[in-house]
Ligand binder design. Structure first.
Ligand SMILES: [Zn+2]
Length: 321
């Protein structure tokens, strides 16, 4: 099986044999569909022809198309016909799942004692999430389930409430993503800094530590909301920012400031950066008829259609049934 993990900043490709990764490669995410095609061809050039392709992708998936929630992350991605694109290259079944949903599924399988309800939260270029409720991965009616990065929190950013690329204001993603941490650090330090540099400075510079602690408080608030809404009893944190030194501990500390009722167990992603790849593969493996199931589900769903407005912002719109 060929598994692909397509994120805001990278594409990872892996060959899996009986669920184990036997070959893995990664390149930076290109900025156009043409360059994406070239990158994919390079990544898979000398890999054997797969029996199945499983994809974990940023954005939400409908009828084999990828729709970006945050339009600022990958502009060419909105409405991208990924299934057709892959079908032209691979003559085998293709399964596409949101990346955080895929990771949630893999992390749920990796739990020694399966939790009742699991929230997977990835802090990376953006903020994503996936839910496994009562043992079932929640894809949602339209593929959106778990997009906690675009749920708002009441905690303001130190620079004020920030408009999000999804069209809302004050989303968790505007406070706790790598992009948000870098933006706030650049404002505070007066020089361009990325989130990696903020983590490096946190041990010796209280301004850097405050930025990370603030992001962690926003995450804790979002977790508390999720616990109240869905009775989640286990939260798994992943993503390059989520797995950076001390971030899970900061989130755990911030959740201790919330009422006892919402203080659920928080752990690091057991599968690290591979949970999306592995989860997509497990999902594809478990559902032989997945493609047809997805097609039926999407036919029944009021479609989200990307409609570019005058400002170039393309917002998902609920079409009439
Ligand atoms: Zn948003």
């Amino acid at each position: 099986m060929l598994a692909l993990d397509i994120g805001g900043t990278k594409i990872a490709a892996a060959m899996l044999d009986e669920g184990a990764i036997v070959m893995r490669r990664q390149v930076a995410m290109p900025g156009s569909a043409e360059a994406f095609g070239r990158a994919l061809a390079e990544l898979t050039a000398d890999m054997p022809a797969p029996e199945r392709v499983a994809v974990a992708s940023t954005g939400f998936v409908q009828e084999g198309r990828i729709h970006a929630v945050n339009q600022n992350i990958i502009s060419f991605w909105n409405g991208f016909a990924l299934r057709d694109f892959l079908a032209a290259r691979f003559a085998c079944p293709i399964v596409i799942l949101n990346d955080a949903q895929a990771a949630a599924w893999a992390e749920y399988q990796a739990c020694e004692t399966p939790p009742g309800n699991l929230l997977y939260l990835t802090l990376s270029t953006g903020v994503g999430g996936g839910l496994v409720i009562g043992g079932r991965l929640q894809v949602g009616a339209c593929g959106l389930a778990g997009h906690i990065g675009h749920a708002t929190v009441s905690l303001p950013s130190p620079a004020g409430r920030v408009p999000c690329g999804c069209g809302r204001t004050g989303c968790l993603e505007t406070l706790a993503s790598g992009t948000a941490i870098a933006r706030e650090a650049t404002r505070v330090f007066g020089e361009p800094l990325d989130s990696r540099e903020v983590f490096a400075r946190a041990a010796t510079d209280r301004r850097a530590e405050r930025i990370l602690a603030h992001a962690a408080r926003a995450v804790a608030e979002a977790i508390a909301n999720c616990v109240m809404l869905l009775d989640v009893d286990h939260v798994v944190i992943g993503g390059s920012v989520g797995l950076a030194p001390g971030m899970v501990e900061r989130i755990q500390a911030a959740l201790m400031e919330e009422p006892v009722l919402v203080r659920v167990a928080i752990t690091k992603a057991a599968l690290g950066p591979d949970s999306g790849l592995i989860g997509a593969a497990q999902w594809a493996q478990a559902f032989e008829g997945r493609v047809e199931m997805e097609a039926r589900a999407h036919a029944a769903c009021a479609a989200h259609t990307g409609q570019a407005d005058a400002g170039g912002h393309s917002a998902p719109v609920h079409a009439k049934k």
